[in-house]
Design a protein around this ligand. Sequence first.
Ligand code: ZN
Length: 367
Amino acid sequence: MQFADVIGQEGLKQRLRDSVQSGRIPHAQLFLGKEGSGGLPLALAYAQYIACENRTELDSCGTCHNCSKYGKYIHPDLHFSFPFMSPAEEAREFLETWRKALTENPYMGYQEWLGYIQDGQKQGNIPIKECRAIIRNLSLKPFESDYKVLLMWFPEFLSNEGNVLLKIIEEPPFKTLFLLVAENSDRILPTILSRTQLVRIPPIAEEDLADALIRRQELEPTQARQIAMLSDGSYLKAMQLSEASEHELMQPFREWFLLCFEGNKLKLIQWTSEHSSVSREELKAFFTYGLYVLRNCLVSTYHEAGLRLADAEKTFIKKLATLLNTQRIEALYELLNNSIYYIERNANSKALLMDLSMQVHHQLRKK
Ligand SMILES: [Zn+2]
C-alpha cells in the first residue's frame, strides 16, 4: 500500500511523512478514525514508507524488495494482529484470510471482516495467547528491514488480559513500532491508550470521496458527488451505496414501505416476523438499498434527467418522491442509517425492524 492508494487525507499523509523524514517516529501510535475513513490503509502506507529502500519525499517506491513484500502483506517484519474467533488462539491462524481481505478491500469495517471469517453471530476477540505471540514475534531481530512493525487492528478487542502488552509497548525492543488502528478510543484499555501517541483521522473530504468513486468505481460525476455527500466521509459507506442498485431488493422494499405507510400493526408484525430471520448482512443490504432509494427520490425532486435507473425502479421512485419532501427524505435517511449502525452492533433484528417500521410510519404521516 502506497500513500497514493489512500483516498484523500493529504494533510495527515504529510505529517506522517514528516515524522519519517525527520527521523522522529513515535514508537507507539494510535490511528483513530471512524469506519471507512482509512485508518488501516494509512497505517499500511506509513509502515511501507518507513520500510522502503528508495522512498521519495512523497511516497514509497512500490518496487524495492521491502515494498514488494509489503505490497502483498507478506513482509516478515510486518506483524498483524486483529480480532478473530475461538477456537483459534493466534491471529496467524487467519493470516491467509486477512491478506485476502486486505487485498480485496483495505477500507473494510469490522462487519466485513466478520463476513470473511465466520457466518454465525459470534463476537471476535484478541485473546491472551495472541498477546503472547505478539511479544514473542517482536522479541526477534528484524529479518529484512530496519524496523519491526506490529499493526494491530481494533485494539478495542483487547480485554484486561491485554495488559500483558504494556511492558513491551512502554519499552519496546530496538526499532520496533506499534501501529494501532481503532475506531473508538472509549473502548480501548486506558493503560494502552495512555501509552500511545494519537493520530486522529478525519472523515474523508467529500471531493476526495467523489473523485475516488469516479476513478475506482467508475461512477458518473453527478452520481459520485451525490453519494459522496451522503457517505459521512466513509469510503466503505460510499462503496456500499454505489453497489446497492435496483436488483432483487426493490420488491421487498416497496412492499415494506407501503406497509409502513399504511401503518396496520398486525400486517407489520407479520411482515417483521417473516423477515427478521435473514442474516445481518442481508438486513444491512436491505437498509442500504433503502438509502439508495431515498437518495434517488432526492435527485428526482430536483432533476428527473439525473435518474439513471431501470424502468420499474424509476416508476417506483418517482411515485415515492411525490409522497416525500426533502425534510422527510432526510428524516427517513437518518432512520435507515441508524438502523445499519444498530444492526452492526448486534441489535435484535425483530425489535429493530418493528420499531423502525413504526417510526417510518409516523414520519410518513406527520403533518
Ligand atoms: Zn520501496
